[in-house]
Design a protein around this ligand. Structure first.
Ligand SMILES: NC(=[NH2+])NCCC[C@H](N)C(=O)O
Ligand SMILES: [Mn+2]
Ligand SMILES: [Mn+2]
Length: 312
């Protein structure tokens, strides 16, 4: 069992990329997610696992000036989301290039347009494991909400009509290098996109049928058959059941248990191939204090599992 990623340089360093950003969806508060995760002690927790941790404050997106940001089609805050995610792509890309492990804390899942672009710029052969209740693969043609957190994957794949504001996003992700786990709320248009592009997805139905151990093995066999490609793990906390992670913007019942979520992170760590991690959609203002604390604690423990925390 590899101790940690073969793509990470010694001394193994994790870089916390705190992204207090909510512009990819309409609910206030998700920008406070990274602040709560860090305040809960994430930095020290990762240091205790033997990582050198870089964190010099959350990223400030205020200077990204988008006073004039009318919708494009029905896309909301299109320029703001583009500029923020472009800046995140640079930050994440720089860490990956240096052999550090960026741990991006959202914020909403539109940020993954940036994080995955950053990873693929350095590792064009990387694969993406996207753990989510949702596929986040709507295009400008299929989105019904206009919320860009439901769309980042389509931009990364380069499908759907091009939006000139997003010309910086290189379509570096190949459909066969992407796999989903945990899906259970996929729009009709998204189902068509998944089918037409032959994208592999393990919904909760498959988790029930095969068990999480087999599902993760099949998922990795699909995107990473020789276990030699770098892995970007993008984890939306709403993949977990709302009883486990209640404080999130678009909860969907019937999700992953606490252990199933952690198992995915542990198994990805064990490959020794993890190069970047996202933990997204923790919104500390959508539940009572106890439920917020629970969600934040689960977020921290998912990150610890992906960075090597073991049970024994
Ligand atoms: N990252 C998320 N929580 N995404 C939810 C997306 C929901 C819906 N499919 C939409 O396009 O708006
Ligand atoms: Mn989701
Ligand atoms: Mn998502």
């Amino acid at each position: 069992m590899a101790s940690h990623s073969r793509f990470i340089t010694e001394p193994k360093t994790a870089a916390i990329v705190g992204c207090p950003f909510s512009g990819g969806q309409p609910k206030a508060g998700v920008d406070r997610g990274p602040i709560h995760l860090v305040e809960a002690g994430l930095v020290q927790q990762l240091e205790e696992l033997g990582w050198k941790v870089k964190f010099d404050g959350h990223h400030q997106f205020e200077e990204i000036n988008t006073t004039d940001d009318p919708p494009i089609g029905i896309l909301k805050n299109p320029r703001l989301v583009s500029r923020v995610t472009e800046s995140v792509a640079k930050v994440v890309g720089d860490h990956v290039k240096k052999g550090e492990l960026p741990v991006t804390l959202g914020g909403d899942h539109s940020l993954a347009m940036g994080t995955i672009s950053g990873t693929l710029n350095s590792h064009p052969d990387a694969c993406v494991v996207w753990v989510d209740a949702h596929a986040d693969i709507n295009t400008i043609e299929t989105t019904e909400s206009g919320n860009i957190h439901g769309m980042p994957v389509s931009f990364l794949l380069g499908i759907g009509s091009k939006v000139s504001e997003y010309s910086w996003v290189k379509p570096l992700l190949k459909p066969e290098r992407l796999v989903y786990i945990g899906l259970r709320d996929v729009d009709a248009g998204e189902k068509r996109i998944l089918r037409e592009n032959g994208i592999k997805a393990f919904s909760m139905h498959e988790v029930d049928r095969y068990g999480i151990g087999k599902v993760v093995e099949m998922a990795l066999d699909h995107v990473n058959p020789d276990r030699n490609r770098p892995i970007h793990l993008s984890f939306d906390v709403d993949a977990l059941d709302p009883t486990v992670a209640p404080s999130t913007g678009t909860p969907v019942r019937g999700g992953l248990t606490f252990r199933e979520g952690h198992y995915i992170c542990e198994a990805v760590y064990e490959t020794g191939l993890l190069v970047a991690l996202d933990l997204m959609e923790v919104n500390p203002s959508l539940a009572d204090a106890a439920a917020v604390e629970q969600t934040v604690a689960v977020g921290c423990s998912l990150v610890r599992s992906a960075l090597g925390e073991t049970l024994l």
